[in-house]
Design a binder for this molecule. Structure first.
Ligand SMILES: O=P([O-])(O)O[C@H]1O[C@H](COP(=O)(O)O)[C@@H](O)[C@H](O)[C@H]1O
Ligand SMILES: [Mg+2]
Length: 590
């Protein structure tokens, strides 16, 4: 024990020396950008902040590299962006020459430095003779995924921190299939990135030179048109927009991000012309001035949409996050107030509409399948099963849904019908291999029009599904644990769940525990079954009343996430159960 402690403290000491060394290197670097230098000097007396910025390089999580903007190896800045791109370029250097001509598609969102980082990535690739296709202005993440496939590039880079607060930025990396790189591929690239040790001497090519010799190309309208043409195919019953759409008022907000242009065009193309955009949130704004978190998961993100909705008497409100891959919605109730739907509920309503439409048309494939994450609702499983459609569960991260789509395409084993995650992400048609809020916006408008054609709202539609399949309720609880200490707290809590495993929650026995870190499912009678999913730091408890509780550290933010899914014979009962399980969970972690 003492020996272990000694080793630990020596390791800590070594780590201490090393972060301070790295910090000194940055401080002494004459070429360091002035703004970053100033920030470093401001941090000089704040050891905690400095350690956090220098103790470890940014890692690749659920959705690539994501972190606070600022100086340091654990921060998003021009140097860490160059480093990541240099790693990708060195990896591409080892492949066939043709990958360099196929090149890399690059897009960016409305955040601080996003455009600069995108161009910087192109300059690094250019120094390796790798072609880049950079969007002329900000574009959504799903369009980037589409572009990789459309232009047949070898890879894609999206500069975005999605819905995170304005202090963040990030780097999503895509493989040639248009999906975010799964761990095997991203680990390989990371191994190249880690070898890039001198962040201040990475070669960057001159942009004018790159443009002149066509190594860097600016893209825009052509790709937009191709993408929009595909989005049009998402519509199932175009008559609904024509007949009902004109009477249905929709309010749309891109939350200061990339979603406005394509969102609006997609709606118009589908025939939904009776919409209004929240004016204060229409233009790109790196400060997301009217919201603290530009996240449709957060009810506060709907404040202005609700205000406008009440003014114009809107039926449906839709918000998409700044990189336009997440979508949230609220529906007007008879009392004039708006009812928010959760990501799980939106997905369930969309799924039911898709499957029912195919059933009616008589073209539901016999090998149809839906893909969702292990922390998403079982309501959708019930719906899929009622249509004899397979439900396939994957780990959190849309990249795993994309991986399944590729598998389906390669083997013909299944026909992809729909994919979703509880975190407000849905993909209707796989011409994009990531979640797509532009596609979802169009289909959601159609589903709302469908219910309206029957004198109902989307919310009424949801209630009908509850009556048919059971009252399913879910909740995701995120607890923030910031910095190095926070990371330690998250580890300690995961350890507590593993080592002091509970047997009950709120009076319900745990009948099985799934630990995805050991890929095992242990039932209460001691039986152990192997879980056929990659290793991941996730725990899931299955209770005797079909309730499930999952716990995992977020891979995109310094948070521990708790997910509860339950169901009952009535909404009141389901809500009560949800509240009881939440209390029990809080008591356990207290
Ligand atoms: O942030 P986005 O919209 O890019 O979304 C990303 O993060 C979400 C939350 O991940 P975590 O729970 O690990 O934070 C994931 O569900 C999603 O697949 C991923 O693309
Ligand atoms: Mg996003």
């Amino acid at each position: 024990m003492i020996k272990n402690l000694l080793i630990l403290s020596r390791e800590k000491e070594m780590a201490l020396v090393s972060w301070k060394d790295t910090y000194q290197t940055w401080l002494n670097e004459t070429s360091l950008e002035l703004s970053l230098k100033n920030e470093l000097q401001d941090m000089a007396t704040n050891e905690t902040k400095l350690e956090d910025a220098f103790y470890a390089p940014l890692s690749f999580g659920t959705a690539g590299m994501r972190g606070l903007l600022g100086p340091g190896i654990n921060r998003m800045n021009i140097y860490t962006v160059r480093q990541a791109t240099e790693g990708l370029a060195r990896f591409m250097d080892t492949l066939d020459e043709s990958v360099k001509t196929r090149g890399v598609a690059i897009s960016f969102d409305s955040r601080h430095h996003s455009q600069d980082f995108a161009h910087e990535a192109a300059h690094v690739l250019g120094a390796h003779g790798i072609k880049s296709f950079v969007f002329e202005g900000l574009r959504p993440t799903p369009e980037l995924s589409f572009t990789v496939r459309h232009l047949h590039t070898y890879a894609g880079i999206m500069i975005t921190a999605s819905h995170n607060p304005k202090e963040y930025n990030g780097y999503k990396i895509y493989g040639e299939d248009g999906g975010q790189m799964p761990p095997k591929e991203s680990d390989l690239i990371t191994s190249y990135v880690r070898k890039v040790s001198d962040l201040f001497n990475i070669q960057v090519a001159d942009e004018t030179q790159l443009m002149n010799d066509h190594t860097m190309k600016i893209i825009g309208d052509d790709v937009d048109q191709a993408y929009l043409a595909k989005v049009k195919t998402v519509t199932i019953n175009p008559k609904l927009a024509q007949e009902v759409g004109k009477d249905m008022k929709l309010v749309f907000t891109p939350l200061h991000g990339t979603g406005q242009m394509l969102g609006e065009k997609a709606l118009q193309n589908a025939g939904f012309t009776n919409y209004e955009i929240v004016p204060e949130q229409a233009q790109p704004d790196p400060d997301f001035s009217t919201v603290t978190k530009p996240n449709p998961e957060d009810p506060a993100a709907f404040t202005l949409a609700i205000e406008l909705g009440k003014k114009v008497n809107a039926d449906v409100l839709v918000a998409v996050d700044p990189d336009a891959d997440r979508l949230g919605t609220a529906v007007r109730q008879p009392n004039g107030e708006y009812q928010l739907l959760t990501g799980n509920q939106i997905a369930s309503v969309l799924l039911h509409y898709i499957l029912e439409a195919h059933k009616q048309a008589g073209d539901l494939p016999v090998n149809a399948a839906v893909v969702k994450s292990i922390v998403s609702t079982e309501f959708a499983t019930k719906i899929a099963q009622s249509y004899n459609v397979a439900m396939i569960n994957v780990l959190t991260g849309f990249k795993y849904i994309a991986q399944k789509i590729e598998q389906f395409e390669a083997t013909g084993e299944h026909s992809y019908m729909f994919g979703f995650e509880e975190s407000y992400g849905y993909l209707i048609k796989p011409f994009v291999h990531d979640k797509d809020a532009i596609q979802s916006l169009v289909l959601l408008a159609e589903v709302a029009a469908y219910y309206r054609s029957q004198g109902k709202t989307l919310y009424d539609g949801l209630q009908e599904l509850f009556q048919e399949y059971g009252y399913f309720r879910e909740k995701t609880i995120s607890q923030t644990y910031a910095g190095i200490d926070g990371a330690d707290q998250i580890k300690a809590l995961m350890k507590k769940f593993r080592e002091e495993a509970p047997t009950h929650f709120a009076g319900h026995a745990i009948v099985a525990t799934e630990d995805f870190s050991t890929q095992t499912k242990t039932t209460s009678d001691g039986k152990i079954v192997k879980i056929d999913l990659p290793v991941a730091n996730v725990l899931k408890y299955l209770l005797d009343d079909e309730t499930w509780i999952a716990i995992r550290p977020s891979g995109t933010e310094p948070k521990l996430k708790f997910y509860i899914g339950t169901n009952a014979e009535s909404l009141e009962l389901a809500n009560q159960k949800l509240a009881d399980f939440e209390t029990a969970l809080n008591e356990f972690i207290a």
